[in-house]
Design a protein around this ligand. Sequence first.
Ligand code: NAP
Length: 438
Amino acid sequence: MTELRTLKVALLGCGNVGAQVARILIDDAENLAPRTGAHLQLTGIAVRNLDTKRDVELPRELFTTDAETLVKDADLVIELMGGIEPARTLILAAIRNGASVVTGNKALLAQDGPTLYEAADKAGVQLSYEAAVAGAIPILRPIRDSLSGDRITRVLGIVNGTTNFILDQMDTTGAQFADALAEAQRLGYAEADPTADVGGLDAAAKAAILASLSFHTRFDLENVHCEGITGVSAADIAAAKDAGFVIKLLAIAEKLTAADGSDGVSVRVHPTLLPREHPLAAVHGAFNAVFVEAENAGELMFYGQGAGGTPTASAVVGDLVSAARRIVLGGPAQVETTNGQVPALPIDAVNTSYYIGLDVADQPGVLAKIAQLFAEHGVSIEIMRQTIHRDADSNVESAELRIVTHRATEAALAATVEAVKGLDVINSVTSVLRVEGV
Ligand code: NAP
């Protein structure tokens, strides 16, 4: 039997994910070697504070605060520090030194991915980041490798566990947003400052990565239309439920033809109504799932834990083994293909169905007036349902109208809603939400 060579692995960060990666590399070294074709030797772990107690018992001599020196002597570098700097500088230094890099840093990739991809391409080294989208779920490699012989047309993802937990909690218990967020924070699913999650920015970073790989074009955060879930009320959830829908925060990347006939890709994150029978509607709690539609494969769904130290470490080590195998076998690194060159379409170009909730006067002829106004704006109605409420004290009746439209452009819908607001029979527009999967 031939003697296996040894590849030096530097780990930057020993937090939730890094500590579990170190554990796997040490405890599972014997199994990893034959799969890799090399021994993966963890040569050091860079941290900020040497005295911090770690989640895992690890040899003290591995720890250092000198990340720069650690990176210089590595064949493979795993970046799990998070944040933009010094992560970017260290990754670029590693690449310049000829090391392959594995990272889970979606914030950095969304902000400055092209700089890293180009540097890796130029140096002929591998840059892998499976953990950056949907934690443990293998989704980037399936899109990049398994589906490389197909044409992806649409990707719908629940890629943020915090917001899925909150919306699921609101759906199952009827809780208001603030109460569901407090519960998520109590259980450790949401951070003390939940802005990046509930505002949709975390999902937007992942949407940019998914869209780039799916459509072979570089998209960054600026190309992503982003709306969070802070405006979703318990009443929205209840109305959606009543109409057979569930509300999910979706990261969407889809090929579209705009009204002017030009082709492009819409990349967006927003609360979305899904029919309860859609596979993504069954994704509960903090779980993630990505639903992919491809011309030949049809519909595919990838489901699992989107975060957590141990699940995410599985994706990181998978990337590491794959990158190490490439070093052992030789040959060129796999680079991001950017030959798609499809433009990002603005949200106005998106053609989708909408759910509109209206509080209206209970008078004869109201439905006809509203239906006529929709028709005048070229927005056709698929479902219109009316519920009558009677105020017990005043005995005054009002009606709640729930409308689901056929596909219409964002611009046509916005004009319709503005016009509806001007009708004397309308008390208020209670919600306007996009619908997918009908
Ligand atoms: P974390 O728990 O905050 O750990 C960060 C680690 O990096 C700590 O060990 C910290 O050292 C070290 N570090 C930070 N700045 C440093 C610096 N300037 N120099 C040296 N060391 C530094 O983070 P995490 O949750 O493991 O996440 C790591 C990365 O994985 C992030 O990019 C995150 O977005 C991504 N990710 C995380 C998850 C998840 O479930 N947590 C899921 C998917 C992707 P000290 O311990 O000494 O402070």
